[in-house]
Design a protein around this ligand. Structure first.
Ligand SMILES: [Zn+2]
Length: 225
């Protein structure tokens, strides 16, 4: 006899929401450590979590994952995003002289990179792009500051789409001696190489962030699969 469709759904829900599907995650280190209880079916979107869970299959009742080097706030934001598709931390619009969200988003991107969660990397790079496009009081766009470019270069590898994005944004900025001193060497190398490339293209002034748009970098994330 065919099973009633609604019965199947109820059974599925029961499987998905019972305690056995919960995983305990510890983020950060004592005394700043935070404990999270999350569902295995939702974190399995990350290859990193999937691998760890596969290795723990034998002891389903004591599934614990430790993330000692990760910031509990970033981990919490990540879980909020994968459950709700929203980030309450970004709900306030930036109105001052700088975008207060760049750092949060960049840290989330790097965490998603570590977790090998491509869908999130793509979503976070899109958010970063839309915050760059926000306007300051003077009508100019927010540009990620030197310290943030430094953080991004420390937390990613060569050729990462977020590095390409930083280069393309900074190509539109005036470079001062102070900035040169505060930006990481690898970034300056990429910036020079990219400017050299632009000189040889037919449309040198279009080879930057404002002409390429968010989708260009999002596609790069998908391409790095
Ligand atoms: Zn902002």
């Amino acid at each position: 006899m065919a099973t009633d469709q609604s019965e199947v759904l109820v059974r599925k829900a029961a499987i998905r929401f019972n305690n056995a599907s919960l995983v305990t995650i510890f983020a950060g280190q004592v005394p700043h450590q935070e404990k999270f209880m999350v569902h295995d079916w939702i974190i399995q979107r990350s290859e990193f979590f999937q691998r760890v869970l596969d290795g723990q299959r034998a002891e389903v009742d004591k599934r614990v994952i430790e993330l000692p080097v990760d910031d509990p706030i970033t981990v919490q934001n990540y879980f909020e995003f994968i459950y709700t598709d929203e980030l309450s931390v970004l709900s306030e619009k930036c109105t001052g002289e700088r975008c207060t969200h760049f750092r949060t988003i960049a840290e989330l991107y790097m965490f998603a990179d570590k977790l090998q969660d491509l869908r999130c990397k793509k979503a976070f790079i899109q958010k970063l792009c839309s915050h760059i496009l926000e306007r300051k009081r003077d009508g100019k766009s927010f540009i990620p500051e030197c310290f943030l470019v430094g953080k991004i270069y420390k937390g990613t590898v060569e050729g990462d789409p977020i590095r390409v994005l930083m280069v393309d944004v900074w190509k539109t900025c005036r470079m001062t001696t102070e900035r040169v001193h505060n930006l990481p060497k690898d970034f300056l190398k990429d910036l020079i190489a990219s400017c050299q490339d632009s000189i040889t293209t037919t449309y040198p002034y279009q080879d930057n962030f404002f002409h390429k748009g968010a989708k260009y970098y999002m596609d790069k994330v998908a391409g790095s699969d």
